[in-house]
Design a protein around this ligand. Structure first.
Ligand SMILES: Cc1ncc(C[n+]2csc(CCOP(=O)(O)OP(=O)(O)O)c2C)c(N)n1
Length: 321
């Protein structure tokens, strides 16, 4: 890995962190309504995934989708405006935080757990029908990997050798349910054998390892090898959603997670060991924080949709743009 790649990865994660910190700021001021699922602690998975994309690829994400959107190149101002329910948002404020859609970058998300996979399967089948080189990335959590949709998707993708990568962010919790208590197997990656898929287990706090695994999975799918499952183990720093009392973990455990498994701190230590000046890394963090604060300040001034038009753009009969 070159210094440039290492710094790019650090900046990408710093952008993601600053984005969710801006969301928390807006939430505290009452500028975001409804449930908000923050991804802090899971930056390395999306940042590593970003390097595997080619132009026609699609990403279908989950309720915890901000970092995947940023990785796919969704315009961050429009994304934040959508989360803040503004008319200037990606979906004119009608989708909100859980349902951002961006046809420009082939990015979408769903709040229905596990449903990202069947939608990604549709993209993968579409690439096959159109003889396109695209790969569909369906992201889900460990909880989502236990749904019927995940299984059905992998069965069809495996049987038809479709170009699909199932990215499982295994943060070991589905709300309060511990993965170890409900999983029939030690890992999710090992289930790949049942689908004729490639299965990769990766430390999702290590952005370099994630980037390697994602590239391998994408090459496999793009080259006609069929689907892949990439299971990235990681930790979420905050509660399931903002407002979750998070009493299923004690304070010590949460402190230990932040101290030991912060992907930015881990990557930062590695870069410093390789000779990158600490000041350069501090400057990147400060720049990204400033950039996001400026975007937030700008979005704040935007108008919300007129309630009279709440149903506009909801149906295919109406021209959305
Ligand atoms: C079909 C469906 N069932 C239940 C829920 C409620 N719900 C929202 S998130 C969640 C847990 C998801 O856990 P996981 O897939 O591990 O993702 P994480 O929240 O850890 O990122 C549940 C049960 C839902 N949104 N959709």
């Amino acid at each position: 890995m070159t210094d440039t790649t290492g710094l790019q990865r650090f900046r990408r994660m710093a952008t993601m962190r600053a984005f969710d910190e801006a969301c928390l700021d807006a939430l505290r001021r009452g500028e975001i309504h409804g449930e908000l699922h923050i991804g802090l602690g899971q930056e390395a998975v999306a940042a590593g995934m970003a390097e595997a994309f080619e132009a026609p690829d699609a990403v279908v994400s989950t309720h915890r989708n901000h970092f995947h959107a940023i990785a796919k190149g969704v315009d961050m101002r429009a994304l934040l405006a959508e989360i803040m329910e503004k008319e200037t948002g990606l979906c004119r404020g009608r989708g909100g935080h859980m349902h951002p859609f961006d046809p420009t970058t082939n990015f979408s998300a769903t709040g229905i757990v596990g449903a990202s996979l069947p939608v990604a399967l549709g993209y993968a089948y579409g690439y096959r029908l159109r003889r396109q080189r695209g790969v569909a990335f369906g992201v889900t959590g460990d909880g989502g990997s236990h749904t019927g949709g995940f299984h059905e998707t992998l069965v069809m993708a495996g049987a038809m050798k479709l170009p699909l990568v199932a990215v499982v962010e295994n943060n070991s919790l589905a709300i309060s349910v511990s993965f170890d208590q409900v999983s029939p197997t030690r890992t999710i990656a090992e289930r790949a054998a049942a689908y004729g898929a490639l299965g990769l287990l990766v430390d999702g706090t290590d952005v370099d390892a994630v980037a390697d695994a994602m590239r391998k999975a994408a090459d496999h799918a793009r080259g006609g090898g069929g689907p892949a499952i990439v299971e990235a183990t990681c930790h979420r720093f905050r509660g399931h959603f903002e407002g979750d009392p998070d009493t299923y973990r004690d304070r010590d455990e949460k402190r230990r997670i932040r101290e030991r498994f912060d992907p930015l701190a881990l990557h930062r230590a590695r870069l410093e060991k390789d000779g990158v000046p600490a000041a350069d890394l501090a400057a990147i963090l400060a720049e990204e924080t400033q950039r996001m604060k400026a975007i937030l300040a700008d979005v704040r001034g935007d108008a919300q949709p007129d309630p009279a038009g709440a149903l506009r753009y909801n149906f295919a009969t109406e021209d959305a743009r």
